[in-house]
Design a binder for this molecule. Structure first.
Ligand code: ZN
Length: 170
């Protein structure tokens, strides 16, 4: 987790800072396959979340649509789109840092926990987190990141999510 947080933190001093980074390692050995960052703004692609991009790059590198035998570490809990992609990829495990609620203090989110997406799937993927949550959350509170969130102009409309993860009825 520390490694992917540090990797992601490098963007904080650029003109396109992002708090979202992901890396894929071999489950058995922990050997790094590759790392990726959110590139929604860079690529003008709303699906270019860190997890989806990293899965795409990993599958291309492996020349396989399957990531069985691999584990992803992500600085943030995967959104439903990313969690679905992880399940379709058949990855063994996802380990995340900050939670969707943490991210939602700064940007819009879809309020379905990664565990729920996994539970409602025919595929299996172990969901582990939050791990090193405070460390991962520092990515969201860096002054440059806070400025960028304002420019994103999409802070959460305040319907909803409390710190304990329970969604209040809007
Ligand atoms: Zn996502």
């Amino acid at each position: 987790m520390t490694e992917i947080v540090q990797f992601t933190a490098r963007t904080l001093v650029t003109d396109k800072p992002v708090p979202f980074g992901a890396m894929i390692v071999e489950t058995k050995t922990g050997k790094l396959l590759l790392k990726g960052l959110n590139a929604v703004a860079k690529e003008n692609d709303p699906s270019s979340h860190a997890e989806v991009r990293t899965i795409r790059m990993a599958c291309k590198k492996l020349k396989s649509p399957s990531l069985r035998g691999y584990t992803m570490y992500s600085t943030c809990e995967p959104c439903p789109m990313c969690m679905a992609n992880l399940l379709w990829a058949g990855i063994d495990r996802i380990v995340y840092g900050a939670t969707i609620d943490d991210a939602n203090r700064h940007c819009r989110q879809i309020h379905i926990p990664a565990t729920e997406v996994a539970e409602r799937s025919d595929m299996t993927c172990e969901v582990v987190g939050p791990v090193e949550r405070d460390l991962a959350y520092t990515l969201f509170t860096h002054p440059n990141m806070l400025r960028a969130f304002k420019a994103w102009g999409n802070a959460s409309r305040s319907k909803h999510v409390s710190d304990n993860g329970k969604r209040a009825i809007a």
